[in-house]
Design a protein around this ligand. Structure first.
Ligand SMILES: C[S@@+](CC[C@H](N)C(=O)[O-])C[C@H]1O[C@@H](n2cnc3c(N)ncnc32)[C@H](O)[C@@H]1O
Length: 225
């Protein structure tokens, strides 16, 4: 039962990212390879793999402790999925809605082992990381560029520009760069990253549908060419 509870809790965490990921998933691109800048403890990285059907997802973070937690969690999720997948009677008594989600999750896991497609590496996104150039269909930051920007020098924005340059370097020429960031820093300083993306010669991607954003939330979506 403990395995099942853990699967349900993993699924709930994954689904909590769905509406954010839906903002760009409708672009109908092939999101096979994804780089996640500032992956922290890794659930969102796993959500990108599960919800976008990716085959290679690399989370990068500067904090080794968070990365270790991410690696431990993913190992546990892998074990739980194997056990629950072999013992389907475990979830037959779940309420309909959640049972269906668990069934789909297990089915997806047995057809493509998404856990093994996720990797977490240490790196400083304001420097050149070990990620390959021109490689990723999607380079994603969720509340991570702002960590860099809010402690950056407002006159030069050097670290933030470097981080955006790094996002651009590792994106495929046909890939997209997506950032979901607050409009204000923790000290109230306004934050608009648009011109910093443009300084890196990135072009905005237009999306046709309205995006539902919270008041303090900005959504940036750019491409290289
Ligand atoms: C708010 S968390 C991101 C949370 C993530 N979006 C999620 O929902 O799980 C910001 C992350 O950016 C990381 N970070 C901050 N500066 C960084 C840098 N220069 N290089 C790499 N990671 C950095 C932090 O360690 C932290 O884990």
């Amino acid at each position: 039962m403990i395995y099942l509870q853990s699967i349900v809790s993993t699924l709930q965490k994954i689904m909590s990212y769905q509406s954010r990921i839906n903002r760009f998933s409708s672009l109908n691109r092939n999101f096979n390879r994804i780089a996640h800048f500032g992956c922290s403890t890794g659930y969102e990285t796993l959500a990108l793999s599960v919800l976008l059907g990716a085959h290679e997802v690399i989370g990068v973070d500067i904090n080794e402790k968070s990365l270790q937690q991410a690696r431990d969690e993913i190992k546990n999720i892998h074990e739980d999925l194997k056990i629950v997948g072999r013992n389907q009677q475990y979830f037959q008594n779940l309420p309909d809605g959640i049972r269906l989600q668990v069934e789909n999750f297990i089915r997806d896991y047995s057809s493509r082992n998404f856990v093994e497609y996720v990797e977490y590496i240490e790196g400083d996104i304001t420097q050149r990381t070990s990620l390959q150039s021109d490689y990723f269909d999607l380079v994603f930051s969720d509340n991570s560029l702002y960590w860099v920007a809010c402690s950056d020098n407002d006159t030069t924005w050097e670290n933030t520009i470097n981080a955006i340059r790094e996002m651009s370097r590792v994106a495929k020429p046909t890939g997209i760069i997506v950032a979901n960031e607050p409009k204000r820093c923790f000290d109230g300083k306004p934050l608009n990253l648009r011109s910093l993306f443009e300084q890196n010669k990135l072009l905005p991607v237009e999306i046709s549908e309205d995006i539902d954003l919270a008041e303090n939330e900005a959504f940036y979506i750019f491409k290289r060419a």
